[in-house]
Write a protein that binds this ligand. Structure first.
Ligand code: RP5
Length: 162
């Protein structure tokens, strides 16, 4: 795979089941990416160092998933002006509502785009990353159009419920 364009970050290995969905979607589009487990509160120095050096490796978009008091996407956004797509991961007693509110309620000035809780959000964040990259790469835009066409065809094929 050529040098990564997207960084998929997660706060814990326990987020991998959800974030694998983003990884699979990027792989489906042939978008080179790298995946790291780095935590805003457990490994803050390693996280800021990683985010600071990512653009020099060609990273253009971050997809960051975390659960609980999900600081990760906000801390990534605090350290870069590249787009940060936040995925609330369901974990613990509040099942992702905590992470959703933590990510979506970023105070004015440091934006994080927030997606749905769980695998749907992880998939959509990856599709959104492809859309961002497609603004400068027409072939990716064509792949997105074809992907949506296939999705619609599948739905229509099974649209008649016997
Ligand atoms: C967050 O805390 C992680 O993103 C994860 O969703 C949650 C729980 O982490 P573990 O205790 O499972 O490592 O930092």
């Amino acid at each position: 795979m050529s040098s990564p364009l997207v960084s998929i970050l997660m706060g814990s290995k326990s987020d991998l089941d959800v974030m694998q969905t983003a990884r699979d979607a990027l792989a489906e589009f042939g978008v080179p990416h790298e995946v790291r487990v780095l935590s805003a509160h457990r490994t803050p120095d390693a996280l800021t160092e990683y985010v600071a050096t990512a653009p020099s490796r060609g990273i253009e978009v971050f997809v960051a998933g975390a659960g609980g008091a999900a600081h990760l996407p906000g801390v990534v956004a605090a350290n870069t002006v590249l787009p940060v797509l936040g995925v609330p991961v369901p974990s613990g007693h509040l099942l992702g509502l905590d992470a959703l509110l933590a990510i979506v309620q970023m105070p004015k000035g440091i934006p994080v785009a927030t997606f749905a809780v769980g695998k749907a959000g992880a998939a959509n964040a990856a599709l959104f990353a492809v859309a961002i990259l497609a603004t400068k790469r027409p072939e990716l835009g064509q792949r997105l159009v074809a992907w949506r066409k296939t999705q619609a065809e599948k739905l229509l094929k099974d649209s008649v419920v016997p």
